[in-house]
Design a protein around this ligand. Structure first.
Ligand SMILES: [Cu+2]
Length: 348
């Protein structure tokens, strides 16, 4: 009788062994069943510097992400054009926001106007290639794969088609934010910025339509180092905006392919830096390093009105290769914090 009592457990053990033996097929079947019960929603994707709205859901969902790969000619700096390869037509590509525990069904379509195949490797994926093998598609084709967003954090995604460094150098990167289950603290302003290095035969601002220069990429001798794919993407009418006292959060990534960023905002101190895009933060930071294929989340509060300046603090990059952006801050003066009057008095 005692043996009979053990039978159900034995049965479960055999079943478990069978499932393991069946490998990914069995596991995927069970997972697909579980995912089938989830509510389905389509992800809001945003072009930089905008960020998808925070997730208010408290439970997992199946999230459909529709991305395209597009090859577009656009100004890299006023007067000079470049053939960018993109996710969704922008550099960086569209930002994705999901919640830890979500099942993501990613649809990638390579537009018929493309000249070459593309795919996607998302660093938020646990699995070989991050989705790249499943999504390698010729122009005019599409592909789908599914992954579970197991780990919270801010993750880079990029094209992983050979030559990979060339696809990335042409602008094929973006970011996916996986919010922790508990959500993220609300802030007043969120922006999406990525740094990337670009390689052309002509020097910065040489004019015309500049092609990709493979040798300069191999030599890591960038002609342009840019925020959001153009020297003026965050300046003039494109400047970021905030008000005095706003809690500002920047989702900042480095697409590379080769150059790490030394990210700094002139005129502000980061209250928090979620180092390398993870969950732990450092406080009171002036400059943070972001490796290619890595990210950071920084938070700060502008204290007085005026322009804050985003730079790679390897400053030749900011002032000679384009890695510069502006955040225009509006609001009341606070002379007890920063006094312009003191300078004016000194002149008298
Ligand atoms: Cu590509």
């Amino acid at each position: 009788m005692s043996k009979l009592q053990f039978q159900p457990r034995l049965h479960r053990a055999v079943m478990t062994t069978l499932l393991v033996a069946m490998g990914s097929l069995g596991a995927m079947g069970a997972w697909a069943d579980a995912a089938a019960d989830l509510p389905v929603e389509t992800a809001e994707l945003t072009a930089p510097p905008m960020v998808p709205a925070p997730i208010v859901r408290k439970t997992p969902a199946k999230v459909i992400v529709n991305l395209t790969t597009e090859e577009v000619i656009r100004e890299i700096t006023p007067g000079t054009k470049y053939m960018f390869w993109t996710f969704g037509g922008t550099v960086p590509g569209k930002m994705i926001r999901v919640r830890q525990g979500d099942t993501v069904e990613l649809h990638l379509k390579n537009l018929p106007t493309s000249k070459v195949p593309h795919n996607i490797d998302l660093h938020a994926v646990s699995g070989p290639g991050g989705g790249a093998p499943q999504t390698l598609i010729a122009p005019g084709k599409d592909a789908t794969f599914t992954f579970k967003a197991l780990n919270p954090g801010l993750y880079v995604y990029h094209c992983a088609t050979a030559p990979v460094a060339m696809h990335i150098a042409n602008g094929m990167y973006g970011m996916i934010l996986v919010e922790p289950e508990a959500g993220m603290a609300p802030v007043d302003k969120e922006y999406y910025v990525m740094q990337g290095d670009f390689y052309t035969p002509g020097a910065f601002g040489a004019g015309g339509l500049q092609p990709f220069d493979m040798q300069r990429s191999i030599d890591e001798n960038a002609s342009y180092i840019l925020f959001n794919g153009a020297s003026n993407s965050l300046t003039g009418k494109n400047a970021l905006t905030a008000n005095v006292g706003d809690k500002v959060r920047l989702y900042f990534g480095s697409g590379g392919p080769n150059v790490a960023s030394n990210f700094h905002v002139i005129g502000a101190i980061f209250d928090k830096v979620y180092t390398e895009g993870g969950l732990k933060y450092q406080e009171q930071v002036q400059t943070t390093t972001v490796p290619p294929g890595g990210s950071t989340i920084v938070e700060f509060v502008p204290k007085v009105p005026g322009n804050l300046t985003l730079v790679d603090h390897a400053l030749s990059r900011a002032f000679h290769k384009g890695a510069i952006g502006i955040m225009s801050v509006s609001g009341e003066e606070h002379p007890e914090i920063y006094s312009k009057a003191a300078a004016a008095k000194a002149e008298h």
